[in-house]
Design a protein around this ligand. Structure first.
Ligand SMILES: [Zn+2]
Ligand SMILES: [Zn+2]
Length: 255
């Protein structure tokens, strides 16, 4: 950090001391020690594709939704992984980041993702080196109202940390209702065919391995649709990484 930047940061911190994103305690990092103790990582055993945790006694490698069959089309992404369960401090951090305009949290959230990526999550990450990183797009109207696309900010911060270039590859071709208002089946319907690869990006993604980035995964419907669009656009393989993950038995999500 340059000396001037450092001095201005110190000055800024004395006016607005950095706070824990989970509880408001004074804290330089994303979470204070107390909040960190409350975080729950998503640990093995989990579905090899969608990353949903399994009952430790269940001997399976894929959940029902990811097992291909005559009546079931598995997701187009090869693996989806998330750092933490979407609850308590992680939920609070996302709420502040997304709904309270605290866009400056992007860097600290990205640091968590980068640590998770580097640690390989005890061998459960199962994501190979990727050629490109793509944020989940927000409809322009919502991005305009919020002032930023939280996934894009996150990807931009994460990109130099894990050395994967970030590019806006997808856009929303139809406005969707906020997923928070909808049930599981409606969510899938709501985002169906909602995404498309930007025309000029088609040659860029051809035969490439793409890493989708989002702040939180609720039912996975959005990431599934993004992966489908990338596959249709010619990508070779798609992976997805999110900061938080809603696990089905948890209560109503927010998106
Ligand atoms: Zn805290
Ligand atoms: Zn699964």
């Amino acid at each position: 950090m340059g000396i001037l930047k450092h001095v201005s940061q110190v000055a800024l911190n004395s006016v607005f001391p950095p706070r824990c994103a989970g509880c408001d305690a004074w804290e330089e990092g994303l979470f204070c020690e107390d909040c960190r103790l409350q975080l729950r990582a998503i640990e093995a055993p989990l579905c090899a594709v969608c990353g949903k945790p399994f009952d430790p006694l269940a001997f399976a490698s894929l959940c029902a939704e990811c097992r291909p069959s005559r009546n079931n089309k598995p997701p187009e992404f090869s693996a989806l992984r998330s750092c933490f369960m979407f609850e308590g401090p992680s939920r609070e951090a996302i709420h502040r980041y997304k709904y309270e305009g605290q866009s400056s949290l992007a860097g600290l959230l990205a640091q968590e993702l980068s640590g998770f990526w580097r640690s390989d999550c005890n061998g459960t990450l199962q994501i190979p080196p990727c050629d490109l990183m793509a944020p989940v797009p927000l409809h322009w109207w919502r991005a305009y109202r919020r002032g930023y696309n939280q996934s894009e900010l996150l990807a931009n911060q994460l990109s130099p940390m894990i050395d994967v270039p970030s590019k806006v590859l997808l856009h929303r071709v139809k406005p969707t209702r906020p997923q928070v208002e909808l049930g599981r089946d409606q969510r899938a319907e709501n985002v169906k065919n909602a995404f498309q690869v930007d025309k000029e990006m088609t040659p860029v993604i051809k035969e490439k391995t793409i890493l989708l980035i989002d702040d939180v995964c609720t039912t996975g419907a959005t990431l599934r649709e993004c992966a489908r669009a990338l596959r249709q656009g010619g990508a070779a393989a798609i992976y997805a990484l999110t900061f938080a993950r809603q696990i089905p038995q948890q209560t109503s999500p927010e998106k």
